[in-house]
Each structure stands twice: as C-alpha cells, then as structure tokens.
Ligand binder design. Sequence first.
Ligand code: FES
Ligand SMILES: [Fe+2]
Length: 382
Amino acid sequence: VPEPTHPRLLPTLPGDAYTDPAWFAAEQSAIFARRFVLVGRSDEIGAPGDFITAGVAAESVIVVRRADGEAVGFLNVCRHRGARMLLEPSGSCGKVIRCPYHSWTYSLDGTLQGAPNLRDWALGEERQELALQRVAVHEEHGFLWVRIAGERSFADDIGRQLDVRLGDASMLAAWGIDRLRTGRRIVYDVAANWKLIVENFMECYHCTTIHPELVGVIPAFRNGLGSQSFGTGYGSELGPQTEGFTVDGRPGLPTIPTVPDEDTRRYYGMTLTPSALLSLVGDHVIAHRIEPIAVDRSRVVCDWLFEPETLASSRDIGPTVELFDRVNRQDFDACERCQLGAASRAFAHGGVLVPAEHNLNAFYDEVRDALAATTRPEETSR
Ligand code: FES
Ligand SMILES: [Fe+2]
C-alpha cells in the first residue's frame, strides 16, 4: 500500500497497532501504567471500608475509603503467595483487607496486620516489607483516578488536557460534577482495540452516517466537525428545534443551576487520554471509561450523571440516557467493524485521515511518543 500522497490526507497508525498483542502489552506499560486512569466515582466508595476494583495496565487495583476519608489504592495482590484478594467490582471490606486464601489481613494503609497460626513468627520488619503495594489515587470532580507507576502529576496529565480543551480547567467547576450522582451506568463489551474507541470519539466525520438521533439534536454535526474539531473552548450548539439533549429532542431535565446561561444549550465533548471521555450538556454529564482487556477487546463503562434533586424527583431520565446509549452502540459497532478490517493486508500500513479527522494525529503522536520513550533502558522497569 503506497504512502498517501495527497497533502490533505494524513496516515493512521498501522494495522499492527490494533492487532498485535506486543503493541498492546507495550501500551499497557508505557501508557496505562504511567498515566492517571479513570477507575470510578467517589460516591462508589462513600463509607469507610468501601472499595472498588478496576483493571489498570494489566493489573487489578483496589481503591478503598479509609476511616479518615482518604481514598487509597493498592495492587490487588496478596504479598504471601500472590492471590488476587478482592474479586468483586465493589463492596465493603470493613477495617481490613483480608486475603481469602490463608487469611492474611492488611490494614487500610496497606501494612500487614495479621497472619494466622504463626506461633514461631512474630511480625517485625516484615510488616512494612510485606505491605500491599501502593498506587497513587487522585480524587477530583467526584472521579477516582489511579496511577500505578511513574511520577507524572494529575495536574500535568488530566489537568493539562482539561486546560487545552476548555481553555480554563476551572470552567468545569460550573457543572459541579463532584455533586452529581450516577443515574444510570451501562457497561459495554466491545470487540475492538481501545484506540479505535478513543479515535472514534475524537471525530464526527461519521456522525451523519451512523448517528441519526445525535445529528437530530445537534444539526451542526452534519458537517462532520464535532465539538473537539474546533479546538480550545468550543461547544457545539443544540439545534434551534431541539428542546433537550434527548433521543428525540424533547425537553430534558432541569438545567444544572450553576451552568452559565450561554452553555445550557451546548455540548462539550472531550477526550482525556488515555481512556476517559467526558461529555457536558446543560442538564447532565456523561463519563465514559475505557478498560482495555486485550488487543481486540475493551470494556466501556458509561455513567450518566445528574443533579441529586433530579434523581430524587419523578423526572424520567430515560429519553436522556437513550440518546447516548444509542450513540454508544452505533459507535461501538463501527469500532468493531474497524477491528475486523485492521488485521487485513489491505490495512497493514493503516488508512488515512481526512481534514475533519486531523485532530486524531495528536493522539497518534502521543501513542508513538510513549512507546518510543519506553525503549530507553531506565523506562523499561515498572
Ligand atoms: S496468598 Fe494470601 S494469605 Fe496466602
Ligand atoms: Fe460517534
């Protein structure tokens, strides 16, 4: 396949990037282990002892709420014989994390607290040496983020991306996302590489073809340019006939009171790499997190977040949820279609980006740069 020669076409990543398990493994350690990865909502661990588990960079991670209110994270691996300790996606572990195999217990700061039937072994220094391995946890906007290795700060990672997308990350405060509550969570099993899902979210060239309901409420999307195509600070306007960001444009829910008037009829989509997608509209927020499972498989957890008062009222969130649930299914079908083609010899050198998709090139650069950086010897250890 010849290199594209038309100056207005840019190359995509090659087919291998979507099909080679070695690419996938390299991305997990070069990108997912070193970046802040969205793992859930703060209110999922509201009370002391509440935990969630999540897959991050081929590890299982525990995030637990301590009695002092802090959320802390550990690799979900017992230091005795390596058993995975917590198998449930969420629950409460009380005051200690107990391994079900031989009942070693760890306090919520990770130190080994007890090991049964050890008549001839008094726990000494081992308490620290055999502590659970900590991971960095950051809580902001009511989201829980985890970084399992490296030094990058949250501000330099997600914060910087919010600044670039919104012009001013503080703009997000108007949505009061930490106050919003999950009205619906839908988990999608997608037979596609995680990058295809990110790429698809970054462009709207496909919107007219596959999203009849979405272009129904935002007719501007028919020109192939999404809110991310226009750069910093841009939000796409709902159509003049659109009453709400709902499946058929009927009125949605009461506006989030702190959202400025000029933003109540706009849609802001943003990609917070590597794996979080955020959508802001006047009356709700949608948060996606992509969990790569294998080179050709991803799990996507999508949360629809609303004002607590809206959820407590008898208002029907159904038509609101249905819009993006349809969009998700349409998108993921398209991603699965690309996955099917990615292994073909016709895609060995990849495809092309048209101008409306040129913003994807920055994402390709980010992936390429991260992988290139890990070939340096000091970067290879986790
Ligand atoms: S493996 Fe956890 S207590 Fe033995
Ligand atoms: Fe889409």
